[in-house]
Design a protein. Structure first.
Length: 481
């Protein structure tokens, strides 16, 4: 049943209940609808109060009570005068009692909505835009509205549902088994044999049936959902159409439509600012001269494999074995021509991580990244046709390279939940590698040496040479004064 039909049913039942026409079954149904939605409960209370007030006004202004004949007025002096006095005031007392009960109920409802039924945990560096609940890690929370700017937050419900929310995100906690994701991404896991946890999106209602699933909502309201295991029932908010989605399948939800199920990764790109320059220092990005960058992906569903040149983002991932077609490595080429290598005294390589929009950070552990330098100058030539199998120093393993053709230059760690930031390596190996290269073109390989623990874990993104806002991979070369 969609929202419009549910509201129509509620209105008809509420009218019958207030008029005293509701059957026992209808009374139970109106209670079920009202207690499942604070909005419908408030509407029921308002309707009851309005009806009581109108009844009192109508009764107190009725001709039967106020427009009496002379004979009736004479009767006021008789033995029945107290009866009419009592009748008027009984109505007033009844309305007063009803209003008092209504106010008490509203107070009780407000207090009950503030009761805690979940706990909140956040990683260091989490930033909030606004929140109507406590946001300190370890806080007990109840109903409220949370807007997360950045970071990773875990909300553990007492009923057994666990939500892992990634910033930026906007979520409303409605009650102990229902929330509304207005934008952003979350991973929901429901255990303890609980069924029926609900996540609303702008266009759909997702009802868990004992499972683990991911939800992503774009600013325009379009959303994607993928079931990792178990089952989720999806209802279109406009049409009321329902679909059941099973493990390792997903759907896209737009206004009035739920797509056929799919098993593909979806994504969007994001960007950010440039580095300043310094005296005695040259900043050399992959976009200068014969420099370039690209990434390759193992893709066994097609002949050969896939490569991406000229993209604003470089993608890196070492997938689980059963998802190895999504393995990705990035290649960075720098043009050192004109650089006085004999005066080079220090060198570092900086990469700007940006959200890839692919996968979920909450399903990713601390991940080790490694940079390798290719020795063979023949492999430095333009590789516009590179694919997984013939890329420089290629290795069949997703998290490594051919060590006969490349050497390790440095490593860095991306902590769990982090999707953006600046990461650098600085080492003697890097300095020596740059100084001794004979043809003044160097090719480096960026790989993830930490294998994914989940099929939908994060694909790491780094700004590429065609990113108009973020700085691409850049060498910082410092020279002797």
């Amino acid at each position: 049943m969609n929202d419009a039909a549910r509201r129509q049913e509620f209105q008809e039942l509420a009218d019958a209940w207030i008029d005293g026409r509701a059957t026992e079954e209808e009374t139970r149904r109106i209670e079920q609808l009202a207690t499942s939605s604070p909005e419908l409960m408030r509407q029921l209370v308002d309707m009851s109060l309005l009806n009581a007030s109108l009844s009192y006004v109508a009764d107190s202004s009725s001709p039967s009570l106020n427009m009496r004949s002379n004979n009736e007025q004479a009767t006021d002096q008789g033995p029945f005068r107290h009866l009419r006095f009592t009748q008027n005031y009984l109505v007033a007392i009844a309305v007063t009692m009803l209003m008092g009960m209504t106010v008490s109920f509203l107070l009780w409802k407000a207090l009950s909505e503030r009761q805690t039924f979940a706990s909140l945990e956040s990683i260091a560096g989490t930033r909030w835009i606004s929140a109507s609940t406590p946001t300190n890690s370890g806080s007990q929370i109840g109903s409220g509205h949370l807007k997360l700017a950045a970071g990773l937050v875990t909300i553990r419900f007492d009923v057994g549902a666990v939500l892992e929310l990634e910033g930026p995100a906007d979520i409303e906690i409605i009650n102990r088994k229902r929330c509304r994701l207005n934008s952003g991404k979350l991973l929901a896991t429901v255990r303890n044999h609980f069924r029926g946890f609900v996540i609303e999106t702008p266009n759909a209602i997702l009802t868990d049936q004992g499972t683990s699933f991911c939800v992503s909502v774009q600013p325009d309201g379009e959303s994607n959902m993928q079931v990792l295991e178990g089952r989720v029932d999806v209802e279109d908010r406009t049409t009321g159409v329902e679909k059941t989605v099973l493990g390792q399948r997903g759907v896209r939800m737009t206004r009035g439509a739920i797509s056929d199920s799919f098993d593909v990764e979806q994504g969007t790109l994001e960007r950010a600012p440039m580095h300043p320059s310094e005296a005695n220092v040259i900043y050399l990005p992959t976009s200068v001269g014969k420099g370039a960058d690209y990434w390759v992906q193992r893709n066994e569903s097609r002949p050969g494999s896939e490569s991406q040149y000229g993209m604003p983002i470089l993608l890196v991932k070492w997938s689980k074995e059963e998802c190895r077609i999504y393995d990705r490595k990035a290649y960075l080429r720098f043009d050192l021509s004109g650089i006085p290598s004999d005066q080079l005294s220090n060198a570092s390589l900086t990469l700007n991580a940006i959200p890839s929009g692919l996968g979920f950070a909450s399903m990713t552990i601390n991940s080790k990244m490694a940079i390798y330098g290719v020795h063979d100058d023949l492999l430095d030539s333009s590789q516009t046709d590179s694919v997984w199998g013939n890329a420089p120093a290629s290795s069949e393993l997703g998290g490594s390279v051919d060590l006969n053709s490349a050497q390790l230059l440095g490593k860095f760690i991306i902590p769990q939940g982090v999707q953006e930031g600046t990461f650098s390596i600085q080492s003697d190996e890097l300095l020596k590698y740059l100084k001794k290269d004979p043809n003044r073109i160097v090719t480096m390989i960026l790989v993830c040496e930490t294998q994914s623990v989940a099929s939908m874990s994060l694909v790491f993104g780094f700004a590429g040479s065609n990113n108009s806002i973020h700085t691409p991979p850049t060498l910082r070369l410092e020279f002797q004064k």
